[in-house]
Design a protein around this ligand. Structure first.
Ligand code: PLP
Length: 397
């Protein structure tokens, strides 16, 4: 049977695979601490849940406009204006099943077979797979700790070929936490405009920045870059709404029309109840976002302090998101009693020996890095880091 070559090129999501393995170990009775999934541990704030209950009870359970109800798209336009200085009309917004779906839609709308998409590494592991699925070719631009894991405009321009269609940006970044400054984004915007490229700007972690660098949307600089940017955002991370599945694209009317058409033949509208909950999230009191942020900030401090003192761990303070991104090159090839040649070996041994799940970052474009999500309780973080410390001292001490 000759199945889809495109589909067969797509890899399993290693974060979901590790999370599933950790869950299975837990179910079998093992004590497992998981730093693997990028999911806030908080409950969705009560006023959002109440809006969903009210929607259910009032019978708001039918198909809606495929791209999202007008009131929700108006709320998103209001948010984009208030937070990002971006002016959109509701017809430019398509509400999708999470930012992941929004990214997939955006790529389907812009790519032709063989078009190249520049992706700075480290990147969220879905990006190259989503590009491949849409018929494109991911072109990876490497970065390192010296430049805070950010790609410069010069590096990006050097990767442009006649086939380049788009650049994927993610600030704050998963997994590195890096936040691009306005000047860095302006330089990249200049490349995009000069070289006639589309920018897909994934801003899902915009509310989680721990340093003075403000979040700036690349789309906000001028009309040219606004027209060629597809802004991606959603509620999963900042409102603890991962399971509700709400993300969106904001783009020029032509691209938005294509995205809307694609979605109308694939999934149609997202869950009607989630849409009502999302209006409550976006238009309601933002105190819940600030409260969760404050908790993440404490955890980040703790993670930084503990992880930087572990032998062989090299980490830069993450400016945003909720991950510690750690280079373990110093440990590779030097373990006693176990074989650790890369981050994947390290992660597998740590899970087996100490019941701690972390993400090896090969699928994020960095073989020698690990990612620890600190979107979990402080008690769990403490216990998990204790175990990691014990693991490193046992096999590298
Ligand atoms: N973008 C980035 C950078 C992410 O890390 C994630 C989730 O981990 C997403 C998008 C997808 O979020 P969702 O589909 O839950 O909205």
């Amino acid at each position: 049977m000759k199945l889809s070559e495109k589909a067969m090129k797509v890899k399993e999501s290693s974060t979901l695979a590790i999370t599933a393995k950790a869950k299975a170990m837990k179910a079998a009775g093992a004590s497992v601490i998981s730093f693997s999934i990028g999911e806030p541990d908080f409950d969705t704030p009560a006023h959002i849940v109440e809006a969903a209950i009210a929607a259910l009870q009032s019978g708001f359970t039918k198909y809606t406009d495929s791209s999202g109800i007008l009131k929700l798209r108006e709320a998103i336009c209001g948010k984009l204006l208030k937070d990002n200085g971006l002016t959109y009309e509701p017809k430019q917004i398509v509400v999708s099943n999470g930012a992941k779906h929004a990214i997939g839609n955006a790529l389907l709308a812009i790519l032709n077979e063989g078009d190249e998409v520049i992706i700075p590494a480290p990147y969220w592991l879905t990006y190259p797979e989503a590009v491949t699925l849409a018929g494109g070719v991911p072109v990876i631009v490497r970065t390192d700790k010296a430049t805070a894991y950010k790609a410069s405009a010069v590096q990006i321009e050097a990767a442009v070929t006649p086939k380049t269609k788009a650049i994927m940006l993610n600030s704050p970044n998963n997994p590195s936490g890096s936040v691009y400054t306005e000047a860095e984004l302006r330089a990249i915007a200049d490349v995009a405009c000069r070289r006639d490229l589309i920018v897909i700007s994934d801003e899902i972690y915009e509310k989680l920045i721990y340093v003075d660098t403000p979040h700036v949307s690349i789309a906000s600089f001028n009309k040219d870059i606004y027209d060629r940017t597809i802004v991606i955002n959603g509620l999963s991370k900042s409102y603890a709404m991962t399971g509700w599945r709400m993300g969106y694209t904001a783009s020029n009317p032509t691209i938005a029309g294509l995205i809307g058409n694609i979605q109308s033949h694939q999934t149609s509208n997202i869950n009607s109840i989630t849409q009502m909950a999302s209006i409550a999230a976006i238009n309601g009191d933002q105190g819940c976002v600030a409260a969760m942020f404050a908790e993440f900030a404490k955890r980040r401090e703790y993670m930084l302090k503990r992880c930087s003192s572990i032998k062989g761990f090299d980490l830069a303070p993450p400016d945003g998101a909720f991950y510690a991104f750690i280079d373990i090159t110093a440990l590779v090839g030097k373990s006693k009693g176990i074989k650790v040649d890369d981050a994947a070996d390290f992660a597998a041994a740590l899970l087996e020996k100490k019941g701690v799940a972390i993400v090896p970052c090969a699928d994020f474009g960095c073989d020698m890095h690990i990612r620890l999500s600190y979107a979990m309780s402080m008690d769990e973080i403490k216990e998990g880091v204790d175990r990691i410390e014990a693991f490193v001292s046992e096999y590298w001490g």
